[in-house]
Design a protein around this ligand. Sequence first.
Ligand code: DON
Length: 565
Amino acid sequence: MKKFYSFNRALGISLVFLIFFNSAKAQTYAENGMVVSDNVIASQVGVDILKKGGNAVDAAIATAFALEVTHPEAGNIGGGGFMVFLNSAGDVTTFDFREKAPLAASPTMFLDENGKIKDNSNHKGLLAVGVPGTVAGLYLAHQKYGKLPWADLVKPSVELAKKGFTMSWGLYNAAVSVSDRDPSEDIMKDYFHGENGEIVKPGETWKQPALAKTLKLIQKHGRDGFYKGEVAQEIEDYMKANGGIITKEDLEKYEAVEREPLKGSFNGYDIYSMPPPSSGGVALIEMMNLMEEANISEIEFNSTAYVHLVAEAMRRGFADRAEFLGDPDFNLDMPLDKLLSKDFAKKRFENINMKKASISDPAQYGHPYDGTNTTHFSVVDKDGNAISMTYTLENSYGVKMGSSKLGFIFNNEMGDFNPVPGETTTTGQIGSNPNLVAPEKRMLSSMTPTIVTKDGKPYLVIGSPGGRTIINTVFQTVLNVLAYDMRIDRAIEAMKIHHQWLPDRLLYEQNLLSPDTRDTLEKMGHTLIPTTNIGVLMGITYDASKKLYTGASDSSSEDGGVRAY
Ligand code: DON
């Protein structure tokens, strides 16, 4: 969504930025495929793969590795995520490469003797690191559906890391603030530094030789280049030396999983999204069902009724998320069929009072907002294959720790587990059973990579970062396209709100909701909180009659952009 500050700055800064990133364009068209990501260099890597005859899966893999190099705050090999894949025959599958808790993990591992979270340890320090899944996930997707050789897909990233690329203002600003904030002796200390020992400046070339070496091993040995051999050994050694618990055994045992997608519908469109361990698909489909029940298209966009109804749908979707959802391998009785049914939406809709806000009660059944960065990209190819992929380190630059010999940063995804068993609070901490820590369990996610189809053809490929706000950002953008017929760039930029059951408050993007509407919503019982920006969406729509893709990247992405073929 709009972030005026960054947009103005983009206009105001040097010509170099405009030449390199051309980020002011609202939408881009293509006939043969496109990649929309948080970094235009990575988008170009993906498009180059399409031009070499690769399919959308190949392009996604190459883009994902490139983002590790060019967008390291969230692009990663040290984290995990989810991929939704629609093939040209209209079949959809998903890949789950969410991180897992290490074998030595336990439900109370983050608590002190008083049962309180010790020193923010679920987010800070190496206990917060989940066993990374990204390389395994990309490798599995390639084995199943890739077309070009694996080595060709990793090669561009090896080159980018080895030969370097031009430091952008966005990355430079992040580099300064991360180095300021975390002057530890760990990897972040020299992460962005050039040979002269200074942070590489905008316009200069930033090289990452250690990362190039790690990527080269992955290029050569595939999955084993990360989970076995010298990389695995160094991960174990680094963990041991710095208080972590991940071992070679954890790495060797890690498996990515191909899972059936969740399928929902809205007014004749089919919606495919991630099943658990992401909560995104369940909540999205549940909320879209409520909107169908409410006949949302008849309610004016951004009116009081719109904001109220959408917020009440979010409140209910998030309460159900907190009560029922977790890793499916550990929660065999999740009532997914019920949560996704139109009947359930009917009953849920009946108790929405259009004149009054409901109350979120922690005793019956939320987590504060999650970290600051994740990244989403969308890919389509000339045959109608489409990929929607979101992956993350949880916080921006994850746990801000990693071995300088390996050159990548670890996630702090363990913070997505419910940290205190049984404790659900009005401030939004959730303590329900389905998402407590257990060895080899995947932590619940909000990532919502989504593909909407019409008559078996791609219609919308969409996703976003933003922690818990992801679900709601994707929800409103899908609604903007399907119910309000907005062009993709407008759907992405339109005003977004966020309600997550607990805490019981309604975030809205400031300057985009009229004071009169806010006043009425407050009188109805909503607690309104302004925020600068919700979501960083990367989306593609397809017009089957013109055989034309339209792509747009959120203007709040510093270096994001569309590359077309
Ligand atoms: O999986 C999740 O839901 C979170 N770890 C995602 C974190 C995130 O999106 C932070 N980004 N803005």
